[in-house]
Design a protein around this ligand. Sequence first.
Ligand code: SIN
Length: 526
Amino acid sequence: MAGTDTSEATTTDGETTDVLVVGSGIAGCAAALSAAREGSDVLLLTKASKPDDASTDWAQGGISTTRGNPESLKEDILEASDGTADPDAVDTLVENADDAVEDVLVDTLEIDFDETEDGEFDYTREAAHSERRILHVDAATGTHILRPFLNYVDDHERIEVRQDTAALALITAEGRVHGVVSDEAPEGHPIYAGATILATGGIGALYGRSTNPDDATGDGIAMAALAGADVEDLEYVQFHPTAYAGSEAGRISKRSDEDPEQDETFLLSEALRGEGAVLRNGDGERFMGDYHPDAELAPRDVVARAVETEREETGEVVLDVSTLEGEFEAAFPNVAEKCRDRGIEGDEIPVAPCEHFLCGGIAVDDRGRTSLDRLYAVGECARTGVHGANRLASTSLLEGLVWGLRAGSDATGFEPAVVEAPELRDSDPELPERFAAEKFTRLQRTMDEYLGLERDPDEIARASAVFRRLKGEVDAYTRTRTARALYELRNASVVALLIARAASENTESTGCHYVPEANPAGTAGQ
Ligand code: SIN
């Protein structure tokens, strides 16, 4: 894919650091911590200005451990992925899981995970897990991990956290990455690093309805791809089966030019089903048993498609929490509060599938190394191979933690070099008002319509044409403007194009990528 034309003017002004981390979720914090522990000076750059700008803060269910049985977790991951996860990557995850959780979350950050009356960890269960092994803090685990983690790295003498600062482009020379150009100056501010670690999260903002924050515009994936890094498995966009259905107005994200209403969606954690909540269709019937022997605890892609089918056939699907026998409020206080805020009364919460997680991303090895020298990627923007075509619940925080720690220690010891950095142009007037919002709405509508739960080759081709035109229009603007919203739109259109390309090249229904035409009986994943 052709990169943005940033090569006409150059500058060598800027600053240097040993290790540069871009992104402030669990993976970015873990990478920063581990590089600092190795003695590196770390600059952590984040466009977030508050913790809930990162997806980690939104994570509900918890963080999986192996609970001393790595083989069992490995089997569940492989099974949920329909046999497509990379067994070696899964070994890396399960062999390092418990040490990473104990070292960072229990010993260093002293996270107050929920405990039983006996003072033991209160492990919960989610779909497709064969046993209770998930640590949690009610169902707001991400918030309870990320906030202390951010405070910890911010206080660390070797780590500088710089908020509200976006990386716009990678600095590269002869196949090696030397840092990024940030938006701290109108024409871009070069930051040179011995190694650069992308931890920029997912792509939720590409869809009208997502469980991710609006900042999830695929920045790291786009910057890496534009610099020539390999990306993989981008067709595997995971939809969570149980997000609050809301109204049509609530389907639109804040980034679009349409007015977001109070009725915004939110996640109803899979832990609810793990603890016994059930799904009912518009006729009041439980239906998951007709789709999979594990019923409500079937793999996420199967449940998401079943929920969508039943919504189409019977009008609605609700998550019935009456089966929790009065424990809903006590065990899931944050979810119960969101229900009250939306005026949901009673035990039945209307649900619909919603974009949740990108299983693919920038291709990396077991230490987070990308195909470009001294460029690493960790967390949701990376494709480690752990998730294959469908991710097992509560493995994303764990993957971010394990790969963050491994990448951070591997990225130490390289001298930063000052090379020619792209100098971006900001010579034209400001971005026309509403340009980015209007184009974002078009992109989201196209993703929703053509790259959702079900894919059709003709529709994917139509989507590609829309994204190509969009990228052309955006590129024309980025030649002379550096507004952050414009770069986010550029990144989103690059990633949308890559997703459409990956979807068109894969004609087989596997995991999250469901092409009914390839399976006329509609049996994939059942
Ligand atoms: C959930 O709580 O259902 C989400 C957990 C996950 O996506 O891993």
